[in-house]
Design a protein around this ligand. Structure first.
Ligand code: DHB
Length: 390
């Protein structure tokens, strides 16, 4: 037996992009079905980055009180760049009059899922997409947790199904994009300790990069640059603290039990095509950025805002102009974010084969940013997020 579902927009992937899209479509009276192969619990407990651009928080405000970004999250008006043993504050408020919010992605997901379910959204967990067929009535071939085939017939299909996207093949084919690898990764930890700093510290040191971030008054998130093949079990807690501490010279980290470890691989990727016919890609299905600067989820939300407007015009007024423009319009921001993430990464990390020249040039680059009003403003503007409507 096959379950057949008919809807206007089939959305593959209940991450921030897919859920936000279903919300924006519902606001315009457009019905959608969202599927995800993971369980609700898996989605709500996957540890990801923690920084929301101001525009992302403003868009989350439109889901109403379900968004706890402003109440549980914390506004940050600056970050510290640390190098050569000294910290330099980038003051976002002073530079660009904007801010970011520290509010972890899985909390955003809890808020979006709660809001979508409360609104009666057709949201199906444990449903795996196997393929997408384009056409005037595009289809998603999927199966539920018991292996029962599910066929979704829609007017439009959106792939918000992450970096291993199934929808991508229908849009970009198998020769699918432009990418870059990096010779390092991040070792991430969560620990039970008081904050070591009120704001985030992005630290460059001769031993590599470290990022000191926070989660709450009692839980902290930190990362240090490591080899991509690092085994998380190979370090004792004392060794992890030692690795972290030596990468933030001049700061004393407040230590505590480490209860979660993970290795984040670095990759930059942009799909060659973002739309074909009645199928489009958003978020990590369309592009991936390295984590430095926390652009991933914010970029996904920016794509969705454009695509939601394009789908409103197309499905309600048969006006295809915004949809035709979507790949170019989205690409402008995507490549700005690619550049920013690449730039922050290269400016702060130490490559395994760095020469004395490379190290000194990097310190020169860091100085040209922190000692210039314009350098600080570029960083602040990109970090807090370019305006969504531009
Ligand atoms: C976090 C992750 C990032 O990649 C970043 O640039 C800032 C913060 C985080 O997980 O807190």
């Amino acid at each position: 037996m096959t379950t057949t579902v008919r809807t206007r927009v089939a959305i593959i992937g209940a991450g921030p992009a897919g859920l936000m899209l279903s919300h924006l479509l519902a606001q315009a009276g457009i019905e959608s079905v969202v599927i995800d192969q993971r369980t609700r619990d898996e989605i709500e407990s996957t540890i990801r980055a923690g920084i929301l651009e101001q525009g992302t928080v403003e868009l989350l405000d439109t889901i109403g009180p379900a968004s706890r970004a402003r109440t549980v999250g914390h506004r940050h008006d600056g970050i510290e760049l640390r190098f050569d043993g000294e910290g330099h504050r980038i003051d976002f408020a002073e530079s660009v009059g904007r801010a970011v919010w520290l509010y972890p992605q899985h909390e955003v997901l809890k808020d979006l899922i709660a809001a979508r379910l409360a609104a009666g959204q057709d949201l199906r967990f444990g449903v795996t997409a196997d393929g997408v067929e384009d056409g005037d009535h595009p289809r998603v071939h999927a199966r539920d947790a018991d292996g029962v085939p599910v066929e979704i017939e829609a007017d439009f299909v959106v792939g918000s199904d992450g970096s291993r996207s199934v929808a991508r093949a229908a849009v970009a084919g198998s020769r699918n994009g432009s990418f870059r690898e990096y010779p390092f990764a991040w070792f991430g930890i969560l620990c039970e300790a008081p904050p070591s700093s009120e704001e985030l510290i992005y630290s460059n040191s001769p031993d590599g990069f470290a990022l000191v971030s926070q989660r709450s008054a009692t839980v902290q998130r930190m990362y240090f640059q490591c080899d991509p093949d690092t085994d998380t079990a190979a370090f004792s807690e004392a060794q992890l603290w030692d690795e972290l501490q030596k990468r933030v010279p001049g700061t004393t980290l407040r230590e505590g039990p480490i209860f979660q470890r993970d290795v984040l691989r670095f990759r930059s990727f942009v799909a060659n095509e973002l739309r074909r016919g009645r199928v489009a890609l958003v978020g990590d299905a369309a592009h991936t950025v390295p984590p430095t600067g926390a652009k991933g989820m914010n970029l996904a939300i920016a794509d969705v805002r454009l695509l939601a407007a394009a789908l409103r015009a197309f499905l309600l007024e048969s006006d295809e102009r915004l949809l035709d423009a979507y790949p170019d319009t989205a690409s402008r921001r995507i490549w700005k974010a690619q550049h920013f993430s690449w730039w922050m990464t290269n400016m702060l990390h130490v490559t395994p084969d760095a020469t004395d020249f490379d190290r000194r040039r990097q310190l020169g680059e860091l100085r040209s940013v922190v000692e210039s009003e314009h350098g600080r403003a570029y960083l602040a503007e990109a970090y807090c997020g370019w305006p969504l409507d531009a």
